[in-house]
Design a protein. Structure first.
Ligand code: ADP
Length: 225
């Protein structure tokens, strides 16, 4: 994914002022910076929730503006801080990532997201009903189910916006390790986080302040901006 001199405003209020960076395939790119600096906006523009006012955003070299939003969205799995689970079984909640996923695919995704152990402890296993959007699962379990859903979807790009936001530091590390292992299969992972420790796990750290890139560091190289 490449951003070239991207400008964007919400209702005339400028939010991004000339953002350029590359999130490479097979790498974790962390977007860091203060709250309100524009990180989420960057990820939403990449998935074309909105279009940039000017500049260019490409996915695999193709201008995202030329791709129908529904088609574009098939390229992304999105893991947000506030995961939405539906009043359905665990199996169906994971299968939502890709409607054609077989039960085997769902189980494999759950295993990769380290959900299988807690699912097996549920009385009804994969048939356990998720109540009221998730009142019978913990925050960490919800997050892992969301990741299992993303893995089942097998998308080229994963957008994770504060995926560890509500979790204690031990659970946060676990989630990061899972994200790291899933991206080894070649996905592009954009990770939005305010947690500097978690950002250190990325291959590249892009620092945004006030809608501008103020730092862009690759692991093992000197900082440049
Ligand atoms: P971050 O992810 O770094 O916290 P955001 O991209 O969410 O930053 O927000 C950047 C700025 O855009 C903030 O000032 C925020 O209030 C504003 N903003 C975000 N989403 C909207 C929206 N849907 N409508 C209007 N303003 C928004």
């Amino acid at each position: 994914i490449e951003f070239k001199d991207v400008h964007f405003s919400y209702n005339e209020e400028p939010v991004l002022a000339g953002v350029s960076f590359v999130a490479k395939q097979g790498e974790i790119t962390a977007l860091v910076g203060p709250s309100g600096s524009g990180k989420s906006t960057v990820s939403k523009l990449a998935a074309r929730f909105w279009d940039a006012d000017s500049g260019l955003i490409t996915l695999g070299g193709i201008d995202v503006k030329t791709v129908e939003p529904e088609v574009l969205l098939k390229n992304y799995a999105i893991v947000f801080q506030n995961v939405t689970l539906f009043d359905e079984s665990v199996m169906e909640n994971i299968r939502l990532g890709r409607s054609g996923a077989s039960d085997e695919d769902v189980r494999a995704a759950a295993k990769a997201a380290q959900c299988d152990e807690f699912i097996d402890r549920f009385e009804d296993g994969y048939n356990t009903y998720i109540e009221q959007g998730g009142s019978n699962v913990s925050g960490g379990q919800k997050q892992r189910l969301a990741i299992a859903r993303a893995i089942a979807a097998k998308p080229p790009v994963i957008l994770a916006d504060e995926p560890t936001g509500n979790l204690d530091s031990a659970s946060s590390r676990e989630i990061m390790e899972i994200l790291k292992s899933m991206h080894r299969s070649g996905e592009t992972l954009i990770l939005i986080t305010h947690d500097r420790d978690i950002a250190q796990l990325a291959d590249r750290i892009v620092h945004i302040e006030d809608g501008k890139i103020v730092g862009d560091t690759r692991k093992g190289s000197d900082s440049y901006a």
